[in-house]
Design a protein around this ligand. Structure first.
Ligand SMILES: [Zn+2]
Length: 47
């Protein structure tokens, strides 16, 4: 099972691998596929 992240706005749950975008500065941005809400500094279990 893939780890998921829940959008705080519309509460949809999506696999993080599908919605996380790694930036060149190594920040990670979550973009909700449903409402396009963006959230920075995502905490993942990795590292
Ligand atoms: Zn959303």
């Amino acid at each position: 099972m893939q780890p998921t992240v829940k959008c705080p706005k519309c509460l949809i749950e999506t696999e993080i691998t599908l919605v996380l975008t790694a930036q060149s500065n190594q920040n990670v941005i979550f973009t909700c596929p449903r409402c396009n809400f963006e959230m920075k500094d995502i905490h993942t279990s990795k590292g």
